[in-house]
Design a protein around this ligand. Structure first.
Ligand SMILES: [Ca+2]
Ligand SMILES: [Ca+2]
Length: 424
């Protein structure tokens, strides 16, 4: 009988080994700057960004164990801004840059290159975010800048699943416009967020388009006295949108959160800051949570997660030590989407002072159930209402300006960056 019980408990522990493991974890992997993360079909994650001026992609399982890591060396400084898994073959499409132009790679499920192309309209052409299109293939947004007149515009490119350009458009006003994120909407269209510079100091825009790129509505949000920029947008359960970015009023940058209705009319806008001495705060990722509130993936001197209710009031917030040594200089530095919302918590990445890429799998309170883990901090946050003016952006009904894209095949060198995971 006793032997039977021992056998049974061995069998149970063999069949259900996960019971003994913590659901949360924090691990670091190697020298790399993550820029985006996606959940994969097998329950794991793919993280993309850069390592030592090359494109970086690495794949971990659901417990954070490293499966593979690769870097891809282009002709110039290169990095990846966005990744999508290809459902039909388990591979990945990544979009980034080789120097100042767009570079897309199709990887197989273990990170080997299947095809690769560069794309450009003008001397500078960037794509910072990508989604699967409703009619197959992918859409991506960023900006393009003809050196001749320097009037930077939003660039939207539709490619087929094998990388052929199907159509491309530009949108914008007679000043610098840049798009940072594109998301699918429930009416089979897209919402695009970014910033525009009508008076020299930046304002946020939202651009709602149909699947073929026709403008349904667009608006700007901002003020003449401060810089307002946004990097993330998500459709909400009420068919409105939540937008995250920052506001800089010549003393400090504060995290900025905007809620608008389905037509883009502003419902409320709040800023969030810690004590003034902490310098800056940027909101880079946002999503609605099951309780109807929102979660914001931010940066101050550390990575910073803010949980707010449906009106933007703070429920809780946490900082994650030493995870934000990062210079924001060029527009492509702001293409940074560090947060995934999951059923029972959050996945957040960072980058420490030794240059290592981290991933944290957090519970629904933003914590790890491990007393030995000392990465957590907390701040006193001041929440302020902010008054923003709404303005017109691109004319409704406009189909954008057709753009001609030059595409070339490329020949990246693949390397092994020597990543390995270690518990934090
Ligand atoms: Ca423009
Ligand atoms: Ca402004």
């Amino acid at each position: 009988m006793r032997n039977k019980i021992i056998y049974l408990s061995l069998l149970i522990s063999f069949l259900f080994p996960a019971i003994a493991l913590s659901a949360e974890w924090a691990k670091k992997y190697g020298v790399g700057l993550p820029k985006a993360i996606e959940r994969t079909q097998d329950g794991g994650y793919i993280v993309v960004g850069s390592s030592q001026n090359n494109m970086l992609a690495f794949k971990v399982d659901s417990d954070g164990n490293l499966e593979w890591a690769k870097t891809f060396e282009g002709n110039y400084t290169s990095e990846i801004f966005a990744v999508k898994q290809v459902p039909s073959d388990g591979g990945y499409i990544v979009v980034g840059r080789d120097g100042l132009i767009i570079w897309i790679l199709k990887l197989d499920s273990s990170g080997s290159i299947e095809w690769q192309h560069t794309y450009k309209k003008d001397y500078f052409s960037f794509a910072f975010d990508m989604q699967e299109a409703f009619d197959g293939g992918y859409v991506m947004v960023g900006y393009t800048n003809p050196l001749a007149d320097g009037d930077q515009d939003i660039l939207l490119i539709k490619i087929s699943s094998n990388g052929t350009v199907e159509w491309a458009k530009t949108y914008g006003k007679a000043n610098d416009d840049v798009a940072y994120s594109i998301q699918k909407t429930s009416d089979n269209g897209y919402i695009i967020v970014g910033d525009t510079s009508p008076f020299g100091n930046k304002d946020i825009f939202l651009l709602k388009i149909s699947a073929n790129g026709t403008v349904e509505w667009s608006k700007t949000y901002g003020s003449s006295t401060a810089i307002e920029r946004a990097f993330a947008v998500k459709q909400t359960k009420d068919n409105g949108y939540i937008v995250a970015g920052y506001r800089y009023d010549e003393t400090t940058s504060k995290v900025l959160l905007l809620k608008v209705n389905s037509n883009g009319t502003l419902s409320w806008a709040n800023t969030y800051q810690t004590s003034a001495s902490t310098g800056y705060g940027y909101g880079f990722a946002v999503d609605q949570t099951a309780d109807g509130g929102y979660i914001i993936g931010s940066l101050k001197n550390d990575m910073w997660l803010l949980k707010v209710d449906q009106n933007g009031n703070i429920k809780w917030q946490k900082t994650y030590k030493d995870l934000a040594h990062y210079a924001f200089i060029d527009e492509h530095d702001f293409a940074f989407h560090p947060l995934l919302v999951e059923e029972n918590g959050y996945v957040l990445f960072g980058h420490d002072s030794s240059g290592y890429a981290w991933i944290m799998k957090l519970n629904s309170n933003g914590e790890i159930n491990d007393p030995s883990c000392t990465i957590f901090g907390s701040e006193n946050v001041t929440v302020s209402d902010v008054t923003l003016s709404e303005g017109d952006f691109v004319t409704s009904g406009s189909s954008g300006t057709e753009a001609t894209i030059t595409s070339n095949s490329t020949n990246a060198t693949v390397q092994d960056p020597g990543f390995s995971e270690s518990q934090v």
